[in-house]
Ligand binder design. Structure first.
Ligand code: FES
Ligand code: FES
Length: 191
């Protein structure tokens, strides 16, 4: 009897939680719908998104534009997991307000591969180099690393690669494989 009661309570709690989530989601949606449109170029195509101007670019990308390739690590500009390119420069999207990219060219990891990228041949050369060198393990830092590496000058030396990626933290690889992959990619770009 007691067990049945506990079960009913748990069910009621779960349903209340689901209702609260639905309400919160609806509220978020209404807020977004009321927000002014921000227009930009996203991964080479024109895009427009209704998002609160001060919403973090990271959240607008993930929640409103469905681009979940960009990751959140620290949320405070320390780890580089959220790196995207804005007008060719690597920025931490957790520190950028969405309104700041109005009229800008924004590139995320989704813009790198061709097609649905199910085969390695469709990957961007830098992604292929990561694959070949085993430069990704858990993969959380990888989108940010790729974006930061794309912003490096073609002639970057190993020291410059290290310095250019210093704001991107990786807990898995020990960095050397990442540096090797980036060096191979840049070498190919110079030929
Ligand atoms: Fe943006 Fe860590 S999530 S720097
Ligand atoms: Fe896991 Fe870099 S591959 S954090």
């Amino acid at each position: 009897m007691k067990k049945a009661k506990t079960k009913t309570n748990a069910k009621a709690q779960a349903s209340a939680k689901a209702q609260a989530n639905t309400k919160a989601h609806a509220k978020k949606k209404t807020k977004a719908a009321r927000s002014p449109k921000i227009t930009l170029r996203l991964n080479g195509k024109k895009a427009a998104v209704a998002a609160p101007p001060m919403k973090r670019l990271l959240d607008t990308l993930r929640e409103d534009l469905g681009l979940t390739g960009t990751k959140e690590g620290c949320g405070e500009g320390e780890c580089g997991a959220c790196t995207v390119l804005v007008d060719g420069a690597a920025v931490n999207s957790c520190l950028v307000a969405s309104c700041q990219v109005a009229g800008c060219d924004v590139q995320t990891v989704e813009g790198m591969a061709r097609g649905n990228a199910k085969v390695a041949a469709r990957l961007h050369r830098l992604q292929r180099a990561f694959l070949e060198h085993g430069a990704a393990q858990c993969g959380i830092c990888t989108p940010g690393m790729l974006m930061a590496a794309l912003a490096l000058p073609k002639r970057a030396t190993l020291d410059e690669i290290r310095a250019g990626l210093a704001g991107n933290l990786c807990r898995c690889t020990g960095y050397m494989k990442i540096y090797d992959a980036v060096a191979q990619f840049l070498d190919g770009e110079r030929r």
